[in-house]
Design a protein around this ligand. Structure first.
Ligand code: ADP
Length: 363
């Protein structure tokens, strides 16, 4: 079962709206999910991720909008006709059936032949590396193994699309990290489309080809992880995906280049389409790891500040620096830190203009 029967389908989500009473769980959601991609729906709790995944699965009926799979309109199809694999939160394995029994259960219901069931179950268990535990019962398995049985159960029909709703949320941190690697490798081996729901930003960044960031029933930005991290469009995205420092002020021009005037400082900003006209308010977001720090000798460029707190984290030192523009968070690689931290120490913060991004204010 290295190649699925069904070729991976891409999904097209067009203008989905789903309302529960006064609440819009989905407000006009459109999204392109490329065939064979690992696409993650990421957003805070209550943002609409599960509603979107359940709409794709067919368990939730949106009021308006369409869903296409491989170009075919599936909006009106019941879940079983969509032939997608699903892995939910929790494992929901049958306790009285063995691992093989659990994986083959749906095939048995559909009255597939014994030999077909045996072949498919063996192949699915092989995929998740559980062949040696086929005769065990769920209670004899660890949490990670149970989750792999749930995966095998979803893969036994060789679906072209696999829908996963926070499948690792019940596992402890190190097991979770192991299974993240495994899932990624499984995705690469199978080549099928994965649609993965999580509220964990690191998980989304490390696993996905594409992330759609969902907030209050809307996709606010979608793209490759590095694109979203390096070029967040809004304050919410810069804050939700990693950490940022913000400079808020008014746009001005100096020698033809854009700057933000804030608290008597002129902060250079990268020239781009998102820079508002001179005189308009703007927010500049700067990632903590893109800032360099040196002891303040009263010379040269940079923003003066005083070290208010720091924390040694092994690979990095995390510093808080009080400046006229507010408190800055800076992450320095330990081996590069050019100073011995002292409380209240005078420092200069500096970063190249292109390290900053103008973000839209959507707070
Ligand atoms: P997420 O998966 O991002 O946590 P959900 O899709 O579960 O978010 O929920 C989105 C919004 O829709 C929330 O405000 C939630 O309370 C509401 N909602 C979801 N399902 C139902 C339901 N069956 N009945 C009423 N409200 C619901």
């Amino acid at each position: 079962m290295t190649q699925p029967d069904t070729a991976a389908s891409g999904l097209t989500i067009q203008r989905l709206v789903k309302q529960y009473g006064e609440t819009y769980a989905l407000k006009d959601v459109s999204l392109e999910i490329p065939a064979g991609s690992f696409t993650t729906l990421l957003g805070p709790s209550g943002s609409g991720k599960t509603t979107l995944l359940m709409s794709i699965a067919g368990f939730t009926r949106p009021e308006t909008g369409r869903i296409l799979a491989g170009g075919r309109d599936i909006t009106g199809l019941p879940p079983e006709k969509r032939e997608f694999g699903m892995v939910f939160q929790g494992y929901a394995l049958f306790p009285h059936l063995t691992v093989a029994g659990n994986v083959g259960f749906a095939l048995k219901l559909r009255r597939r032949s014994r030999s077909e069931i045996a072949t498919r179950v063996a192949a699915a268990l092989d995929l998740v590396q559980l062949s040696h535990l086929a005769d065990r019962y769920p209670r004899q398995l660890s949490g990670g193994q149970q989750q792999r049985v749930a995966l095998a159960r979803a893969l036994v029909f060789e679906p072209g699309v696999l829908l996963l709703d926070e499948p690792l949320s019940a596992l402890d941190k190190s097991l979770r990290a192991d299974l993240q690697w495994e899932l990624k490798a499984l995705h690469a081996r199978l080549g099928v489309t994965f649609v993965y729901v999580t509220h964990d930003q690191e998980e989304a960044l490390s696993m996905s080809d594409q992330i759609a960031i969902i907030r209050a029933g809307e996709v606010v930005q979608s793209g490759a992880p590095a694109e979203l991290y390096d070029r967040p469009k809004t304050h919410f995205i810069a804050d939700f995906l990693g950490r940022s420092n913000y400079v808020e002020g008014t746009v001005a021009r100096r020698d033809g280049r854009p700057v933000i005037e804030a608290a008597g400082q002129l902060v250079p900003v990268p020239e781009c389409a998102a820079v508002p006209a001179a005189g308009r308010p703007a927010i500049l977001a700067i990632r903590p790891e893109k800032i360099t720090v040196r002891p303040d000798d009263g010379q040269g460029p940079g923003l003066p500040g005083r070290l208010s707190a720091w924390s040694y984290l092994g690979a990095t030192i995390s510093c808080r620096v009080a400046t006229d523009l507010g408190e800055f968070h800076v992450h320095l690689p330990t081996w590069q830190a050019a100073f011995e931290p002292q409380p209240g120490q005078a420092l200069r913060l500096d970063w190249p203009p292109e390290a900053g991004r103008i973000v839209r204010d959507d707070r």
